[in-house]
Write a protein that binds this ligand. Sequence first.
Ligand SMILES: [Zn+2]
Length: 120
Amino acid sequence: MSAYNIVGGVSATCPQCRAKVLVGVQFKFGATWQYRYVVGDALRWGGNDVGTPSRVRVVADGAADAPCPACGYASDWDFYVFIEHDHITGVREADGTYDFVRAGSAYLDLGDGSASPASG
Ligand SMILES: [Zn+2]
């Protein structure tokens, strides 16, 4: 598998048992080498880069990096990792707003947030 990064300490609600838990969220944007970040950190660049630096607003496809600590749930548990000017500004649970599969990408460039991504 290719490398990814992790945002640690993300509070989330387990899709199965509804427990409020803290999880790590894997994503691919910036230099990808299993770097561990928290919300507010600046991304590193310069190795296995995914995407391009200094984008105004990006959302990256995220996934829980471990099973639910309360019930062991280990199926689909997706997140959005929001990045503005190379800083992680927030993580929230995926709700279908963004379609990474359709885009064929691990991230979507949201520009200034007023336009949908132009592609293909
Ligand atoms: Zn659970």
